[in-house]
Design a protein around this ligand. Sequence first.
Ligand code: SF4
Length: 339
Amino acid sequence: MSLLVEARGVTKHFPLGRGKTVHAVDDVSLSIAAREIVGLVGESGSGKSTFGKALVGLHDKTAGEVYLEGERLPQRYTAADFRHYAQRMQMIFQDPYSSLNPRMTVGEIVGEGLRLGGGASDAQQRAAVADWLERVGLAAGYAGRYPHELSGGQRQRVGIARALILEPTFVVCDEPISALDVSVQAQIVRLLGELKESLGLTLLFIAHDLSMVRYVSDRMAVMYLGSLVELGGADDVYFRPMHPYTKTLVASNPEPDPRSERERATIPITGEIPSPINIRAGCRFATRCPEVMDICRTVTPELRTVAAGDERHVACHLFESGGLASPAPTALPTEVVDR
Ligand code: SF4
């Protein structure tokens, strides 16, 4: 598979003044192959949305580089850069309630990218909008409605049509389902899966719900406090988590099937997520980790390959020997979602 997106050491800090800095994303490297879906999970405040925005230029990068099909993308986007790269990269936002301009009709919202890009006549824009509304499961007549006339699921479909009408090759989906009812979540995930197949999309799918991420993703990446702590095949990470943080995250993820919930072991995750301001050396999970060792408090673990085939990467001193370490994966959830 050819590489479509490559992030190398992407870092995003927000200066607060008086020498304080929020380390939202620190030195994150991640490659995404063409037509691959990589799921990105972590608690609120882990930096996953900031990383996604840095990939598509919605945040300037403090350091690091992003490549799209081998082309290095700008560190800081101009308005012209946004117009240029909108043809190839898009983002679907978390909140369908606030991400749509309430004063624009659905047709104007979905067609905006075509209008700004120029090159399409009014008739071509109208035809493309009608086509895309139908592709996301809305009748063409919705073009004349306003966002407040739509349900949450319908608004998210409009957000998807708006992002995909330019037929980008890479899309960041930033918690696209978390504001929706559970029944609508499944519809939207199914729709994204269908569009990925029909359009050959490459997706970074950011979400809280690990079982949903596992369902849609080829690989899963786990972020904690601005750092990538585990990366591997989606099933491997979900059913055989290795990093202590991933284990707690998987164990605390609600299962759709209550019987599985009863049978599943849990690992309590204690303590608050530490402040991302002026982070010190050492493992960022050390204050909450049930397996913390002395070295963890002073030496920052690097993301290392820990399984054959370069498929599994973990940032933890328990796995520093280069092979599968002795601690056995624990808290395996029962498989409840068929792929
Ligand atoms: Fe826990 Fe240490 Fe591994 Fe960090 S490096 S996750 S504190 S065992």
